[in-house]
Each structure stands twice: as structure tokens, then as C-alpha cells.
Design a protein around this ligand. Structure first.
Ligand code: DGY
Length: 320
């Protein structure tokens, strides 16, 4: 009997082709995310489930799927939506998609950084509102990057790729993280590790690249924002809840930091309304990995993980 593979939302055809080699594939084609009840219903009898970052994967979901479930393949590098201990202790393998989205996410981070420091979204809004304007030397001045300091929170693959790009813009790099980066990485990036508090006091741009865990939830809270320079910017392409959005809106409104650019939100897909009223905020809808090439690579990697586990082989990118 074919193994049943459930995909909770549409994925690129290339990934479906890989999955078809491994079993009978059911793709949920509804417009939005499935509700928890719909998700439990959809996975019933599945041997493999391909999940998205908005699907909550926990003990209840695994129980709903049944004892035949072998693998949950999350199409994201982040897996804060998965209760990994609860799933793995039931003998189910969890996989994610590291590596393949590094460049796309780093590119988007630099895009956001430029948007907020050079007021690009603000300028675009001005023209679209058909407001009158003329060139003059004091018009819409932003902040240059050359010689400024980028503070990276989490120097993993994406953090390093951002640092490399920032160096090309003439920025100095400092970072904070649980572990010291290898000496050759620090040397290549000219990067110095600092405690978070010192990084916040030093950086002209703080860019977040840490996973969401209980330790990093609201890492950037009122106190952290108060430690930043009034001329500094915050960029978040990691996970929304790493930042206390209400505290951020307050800091921005009161001019305690210069601006923020956000790809991710605390209560995604909702965006804190107070942020939307502020000109010094750039918001985009979780686009970090949103290129055709990257999303295809992510879905294909998830599919290859499923195929490996269902064939009794080691997964390619397991979450331990
Ligand atoms: C991930 O993979 O975790 C990203 O947030 C998706 O872009």
C-alpha cells in the first residue's frame, strides 16, 4: 500500500514530483492556513506531513495523524511552530530547510536596511500620493552606511551572509550569539563578538537573525530598545516575537530609535496597528525567502527529506 503524504498548503510542482515517487500525495489547496481542527482532520492516516511555518505541530497533531506517522517536514528553516520534543518522543522525525534560503534572506535584509536608512518607502509613498516635491539639498535625507556599525544578533548562516553584504557596503560588523563564531569566520568578516547590551549600545543598525526560542522571545524589549542609540535602526527578518512590538512602536514614536524595518511580526499575519501609522517604519509581508528559486529549493528539500525517511534512510536535514 502506498504511503500517504499530506502537504498542508500548495507547494511548487517540482516538490510534488519528488513526493509522488515516495507515496500517494494529498495537497491541501485551500487559500489560507488550515485551522488546528482542519489540520488534525487533514493529517489523519498520514505517514508524512509537509508543514508550513503557520501550522502548529504538537502532540495533539501527531496523535491525530496516528501511529503510522514517520516524518514531519517543515518547509522553513525556523521550526518554532513545531514542539520538537513532543513530536520526536513519539518516534516521528522532524526536518527543516536550512541553507537553501540563506542568500534570499540576506538579500532581503540588506534591501530592508536600505529602505529604512534611505527612506525609500517613505519617498515612494510621497510620489504615489501625488504630493508636490522638488529636489533640494535638505530633502528627505537618510543615513549613510559607510563606516557605520552593523550589530548582528545570531551569526549563523544568514547572519554571516548579511555581514558579508554589509562589509561590501563599508560597514563594520559586531555580533552577539550563544557561541563564539569560528576564528576564520570572525577574521573573514572582521567581526567582534560582544555581549548583547554592548552591541545594542554600539550598533548603528541592529539586525536580528536568531531563532525564536523561550530565551529569545522579546529579546528586544523596552530595555533593549532603550539601550540603542537614538540614531540607530532595527531590522528584523527572523521571527516577529523576538521583538516586543508595542515597546518598539513606542520607542519609534518617541524618537528613541531612528527607524525599523520588519519582515516578520509578533502576531503574524497581523501587524501592530501603531507601527503602520509611523513613517520611520518599513513593513513587508514575510518575504525573506520569497524568490521562485528559493521557495522551490525549500519545498524540494522538504520533499527529499520525506522521501528519505519513508525509504528508511537518514533524513538530509533533521532537527535534532
Ligand atoms: C524560514 O524558513 O524560517 C523563513 O522564515 C521562511 O521565509
Amino acid at each position: 500500500m502506498d504511503k500517504r503524504i499530506v502537504v498542508t498548503r500548495t507547494v511548487p510542482e517540482a516538490a510534488v514530483a519528488v513526493l509522488r515517487e515516495a507515496g500517494s500525495v494529498h495537497v491541501c489547496t485551500q487559500d489560507g492556513p488550515l485551522s488546528p481542527a482542519e489540520l488534525r482532520e487533514a493529517v489523519r492516516g498520514a505517514h508524512a506531513v509537509v508543514t508550513m511555518l503557520h501550522d502548529r505541530v504538537d502532540a495533539e497533531l501527531v496523535e491525530a495523524a496516528g501511529p503510522q506517522l514517520e516524518v514531519v517536514a517543515n518547509v522553513a528553516v525556523g521550526y518554532d511552530n513545531v514542539d520538537v520534543p513532543a513530536v520526536t518522543e513519539r518516534g516521528v522525525v522532524v526536518t527543516n530547510t536550512p541553507g537553501v534560503l540563506v542568500d534570499a534572506t540576506a538579500d532581503l535584509t540588506l534591501g530592508l536596511l536600505l529602505m529604512v536608512t534611505r527612506r525609500l518607502a517613505e519617498g515612494e509613498r510621497l510620489l504615489r500620493a501625488r504630493e508636490p516635491w522638488t529636489f533640494h539639498l535638505g530633502f528627505m535625507l537618510g543615513s549613510g552606511l559607510q563606516g557605520k556599525t552593523l550589530g548582528i544578533v545570531g551569526l549563523g548562516g544568514i547572519g554571516q551572509a548579511v555581514a558579508r553584504r554589509a562589509r561590501a557596503f563599508g560597514m563594520d560588523v559586531v555580533y552577539t550569539g550563544r557561541r563564539q563564531a569560528p576564528a576564520e569566520v570572525e577574521a573573514e568578516l572582521g567581526a567582534r563578538r560582544l555581549p548583547l547590551e554592548e552591541l545594542l549600545r554600539t550598533a548603528d543598525v541592529v539586525s536580528l537573525h536568531c531563532p525564536l526560542t523561550e530565551q529569545t522571545r522579546h529579546l528586544i524589549d523596552r530595555d533593549a530598545l532603550a539601550a540603542m542609540k537614538p540614531t540607530a535602526y532595527l531590522v528584523n527578518t527572523s521571527r516577529g516575537p523576538v521583538v516586543d512590538e508595542k515597546a518598539l512602536a513606542e520607542a519609534l514614536r518617541e524618537g528613541r530609535i531612528a527607524g525599523a524595518a520588519l519582515d516578520v511580526f509578533e502576531r503574524e499575519p497581523e501587524v501592530e496597528p501603531a507601527l503602520l501609522d509611523l513613517d520611520n517604519v518599513v513593513v513587508v509581508p514575510h518575504l525573506g525567502s520569497a524568490t521562485v528559486e528559493t521557495r522551490t529549493a525549500m519545498a524540494e528539500l522538504a520533499a527529499r527529506n520525506v522521501a528519505a525517511v519513508l525509504a528508511g534512510e537518514e533524513p538530509i536535514t533533521p532537527v535534532r
